[in-house]
Design a protein around this ligand. Structure first.
Ligand code: FAD
Length: 299
């Protein structure tokens, strides 16, 4: 059901894709295969992550630059303020702006030394993600700013109220969309959404969907991110450690079930954590009714 004007018909969900900057030439080739396969699905935007502590500053930038020059996709650059003086972070934003980037995913970030412990802002750095959002909007009012949201609350927050206070501060500073940490139990998302709306926060809270390419790796991510891994999910992947083909089919069924249920309950926008791989995300988008459209430069 692709529309003649190249826009998605209104009854189909909007999607966005997240990539991470490749470390090697081989990973770069594989990312670009992925981008070429997913681009015709006409995502609203594609985002590129920023390594812990700003460790991928150049690689994130060059990935974004290549997306801008070789595709007609709209890039969103992730940016964190951890471990960096304000001037450095401002430079990164100014460079993106000069290159034509108009969308930043603004985060506090975790120190390169790892997650955990007490977050200490750089002495000349932004004190919080809300502070970063405010600064981006003050300097570049034409940059759209997306932020994070945590359906199971961020592991460092004391309770849901404190967690949602932070989201509120980011929205008050100018953020116009939040993408959630991944979750597997849709009720967590809906309960969180109720709390957010009850605080008068009206921006879209876009569910972040992680197709489980590799259960062990996903369980590891979940542990670090404070996201729960339901027993029923572990059971579905039981015994498949050495069977990638079946794992992929199971992963597609799980993620398709999750997004179709969310869509049935009125969710109209999805963000996919692609892990730089196309197959599952392509299949899940297909099940949502999304078909490749012609005239995508990257195709
Ligand atoms: P914030 O929204 O600033 O805070 C999250 C919660 O933590 C708040 O609710 C608050 O209650 C609590 N909190 C924050 N600061 C403090 C404090 N000083 N004391 C007590 N409680 C506090 N990381 C990367 O390195 N690069 C990325 O590209 C990246 N992309 C992401 C994209 C998405 C959609 C999401 C959900 C996360 C991403 N992360 C990324 C991870 C993120 O950097 C970490 O989760 C980090 O720990 C929090 O940053 P934040 O901006 O999400 O936190």
């Amino acid at each position: 059901p692709s529309a003649p004007n190249g826009h998605r018909p209104h009854d189909l969900p909007a999607i966005s894709f997240e990539f991470f900057p490749p470390k090697t030439e081989e990973m770069e080739r594989s990312l670009w295969e992925t981008i070429k396969r997913l681009a015709p699905l006409a995502p609203n935007f594609v985002s590129v992550t920023y390594g812990a502590g700003g460790s991928t500053r150049e690689r994130t930038h060059s990935t974004i630059a290549r997306i801008l020059s070789e595709t007609s996709l709209t890039p969103a650059a992730h940016l964190t303020c951890v471990d960096a003086p304000r001037a450095n972070v401002d430079d990164v934003v100014a460079q993106y702006h000069a290159a034509g980037v108009r969308h930043i995913v603004a985060l506090r970030g975790d120190p390169a030394s790892g997650i955990g412990g007490v977050y200490t802002p750089h002495p000349e750095g932004y004190s919080s993600s809300a502070d970063l959002v405010a600064s981006i909007k003050r300097r570049h009012s034409d940059i759209e700013v997306t932020v994070s949201a945590y359906p199971e609350r961020h592991p460092e927050s004391t309770d849901f109220d404190a967690d949602i206070d932070m989201l509120k501060a980011k929205v008050d500073a100018g953020a116009t969309r939040a993408i959630t940490q991944f979750f597997f139990d849709n009720d967590l998302y809906f309960r969180y959404l109720d709390r957010v709306r009850a605080r008068g926060i009206e921006i879209p809270i876009v569910p972040g969907i992680l197709p489980v390419q590799n259960f062990k790796q996903a369980a590891n991510f979940a542990k670090r991110a404070g996201a729960s891994m339901p027993d029923w999910l572990a059971q579905k992947f039981e015994g498949l450690d050495d069977d990638p083909e079946t794992r992929k089919l199971v992963a597609a069924a799980v993620a398709a079930g999750q997004v179709q249920k969310l869509a049935k309950h009125g969710v109209e926008t999805f963000h996919f954590y692609t892990m730089n791989r196309a197959d599952l995300v392509f299949a899940i988008s297909h099940l949502l009714g999304i078909r490749p459209q012609a005239a995508q430069k990257a195709a």
